[in-house]
Design a protein around this ligand. Sequence first.
Ligand code: NAD
Length: 292
Amino acid sequence: MKLLDGKLVSQALKDKLKVQTAVRAAQGKKTPHLAAILIGNNGASETYVGSKVKSCEEVGFKSTLIRLEETISEDDLLFKLNELNEDDDVDGILVQLPLPKHIGEQKIIETILPSKDVDGFHSESVGRMVQGLPAFYSATPYGILLLLEHYQIETKGKHAVVIGRSNIVGRPISIMLSKNEYPGNCTVTVCHSHTPNLKEICLQADIIIAALGRLEFLRADMVKEGAVIVDVGITRVADSSKKSGFAIKGDVAFDEVSTKCSYITPVPGGVGPMTIAALMMNTFKACAAKDN
Ligand code: NAD
């Protein structure tokens, strides 16, 4: 078994971006600028946004973190987003999800200018991705593709089973893996909460993308010998030995599945850092698109 080391690969991608950003600066071109909106005091969201801002610093991007109260009205948030849409210096905008219940998530996503939609959640970005047009691929599935590509995982003709069908992970990665490109050309099965024979389907998989958010759901008896396992799940589990008081675990029972598979992503250190690297790549692209 080999680790698909997201920490290592994301660092390599960020190192490359850092050089490309310095080259832009030397050429007198604009510095990529990511604006992140964080609403309320959700601990996990704080951590994710913190990592994104830190990564911007690492690669030499400008970042703006906008903290808003949990009680902000939808109209005020839309107003803020429109300001960022109109700000020529801002290349990419992300609104950290989840949002407070009184704010319509889809409305917010649709308000971000597609040219600044570096999270790739806008219907225009998704539609373009589905049709094979140039688009921002949403960060987590894009990060998974970059990881498969780095390790030169053979995907053509393979059976990929995606567990989960959310708009941000399961659905887009299932489409990306079915496309006529590399990584892709898989035969894809999408499983979800109403799939009755999930174990039998998983046992046929050459590649499993576990993105359901259920602690250590995928066990060794659900995995074919030699399969490639990508664990997207993030669950916080109380752990008094950690300074934070919790450990991060995935959707895969790593200890037992890792004895059977050929490649596997660890949690943490797998898909998480790749998501951030993919976001940085999208932000760079959004900035570079303004060059001409
Ligand atoms: P979600 O809750 O929106 O979707 C979960 C999906 O899993 C649903 O489509 C549901 O049908 C399916 N599902 C739930 N229980 C199931 C079951 N028992 N059997 C089969 N399918 C089942 O979740 P999401 O936003 O897609 O996130 C999934 C997980 O990935 C979460 O743990 C989340 O924290 C994590 N995540 C990680 C990253 C990262 O960067 N590593 C990014 C996004 C999400």
